[in-house]
Design a binder for this molecule. Structure first.
Ligand SMILES: Nc1ncnc2c1ncn2[C@@H]1O[C@H](COP(=O)(O)OP(=O)(O)O)[C@@H](O)[C@H]1O
Ligand SMILES: [Mg+2]
Length: 263
């Protein structure tokens, strides 16, 4: 491996993915190349259907590229792994487990002793604002609360890589802001590599070091924008001239792609 690849956590190498459907072939990803550094925070934006979720699922190991390879620490990804925590758009909780037991799930898989697992789970339940709901069942919670449980469950196992597919999309504005700040804290304190998909350009600019803009049909990377705003980032930076400039620039690019899809 080349010297400059040493701090590359995830290498997406010429990934092509097609699906065969009843209507024929769909090319979801058409030659995607991206190196993500250790501890980097990447946000991915692009119009609906441009292959964002496909890319994330391939990194998660839930799906395999038709051709091309994704490397984690220099090794080709084969299947899922505890070092990659995933949060989906739609919460995927175990309905028969309480909040506490849902969050403890990944720790059980990792064979963390029960007392320690419970302590860790309680800490993350608190950090997503669900203290007091440890013994509730998913059906007793609102959609936003269920999503917060899914987030706590992903954080609790302390994965090296966090893969998040529009995790805050369905939440109200206040909860979203709170969870963005919590995610930034987790990322800064625990050193993680984050791959975060969002359709909200403002969210991408507040979180990311680099924003990857994907183009519609065929799914490729159109442009990568460096977000040269220092951390810690608070909600106040949303009114700063540089923030507004970056946001508008990215928004325009995504909108152009949206129009392409509409053609
Ligand atoms: N399992 C699948 N079978 C067939 N087509 C799929 C499948 N998953 C995704 N696609 C297609 O691949 C393209 C990219 O989808 P997706 O990655 O979900 O886009 P995004 O997340 O950017 O909205 C779309 O055209 C979608 O219909
Ligand atoms: Mg998607």
């Amino acid at each position: 491996m080349a010297r400059e690849d040493l701090d590359v956590k995830l290498k997406i190498d010429n990934v092509y993915k097609e699906y065969t459907t009843r209507k024929g072939k769909v090319i979801a990803l058409n030659g995607v190349n991206l190196d993500i550094k250790e501890n980097e925070f990447i946000c991915v934006v692009g119009p609906s259907g441009c292959g964002k979720s496909t890319l994330l699922n391939n990194i998660a190991g839930l799906d395999t590229p038709t051709s091309g390879t994704i490397y984690l620490d220099g090794k080709p990804i084969e299947g899922t792994g505890v070092e990659r925590g995933v949060v989906f758009q739609q919460y995927a909780l175990f309905p028969w487990r309480t909040v506490l037991k849902n969050v403890m799930f990944g720790l059980e898989i990792k064979n963390v002793p029960k007392d320690e697992a419970e302590q860790i789970a309680r800490k993350y339940i608190k950090s997503v604002g669900l203290e007091g709901f440890e013994d509730s069942y998913p059906k007793e919670l609102s959609g936003g609360m269920k999503q917060r449980v899914a987030i706590a469950r992903a954080y609790a196992v302390n994965p090296e890589v966090l893969l998040m597919d529009e995790p805050f999309g369905a939440l109200d504005a206040q909860t979203r802001v709170q969870l963005q700040q919590e995610l930034l804290n987790t990322w800064q304190n625990e050193k993680k590599t984050c791959f975060f998909i969002t359709h909200d350009v403002e969210e991408a600019v507040i979180l990311a070091q680099r924003v990857v803009i994907m183009s519609a049909r065929p799914g490729r990377i159109k442009r990568i924008v460096d977000i040269d705003i220092p951390y810690p980032r608070t909600q106040e930076i949303k009114t700063s001239p540089r923030f507004v400039e970056l946001k508008n620039e990215i928004w325009d690019e995504v909108y152009q792609e949206f129009l392409e899809v509409r053609k």
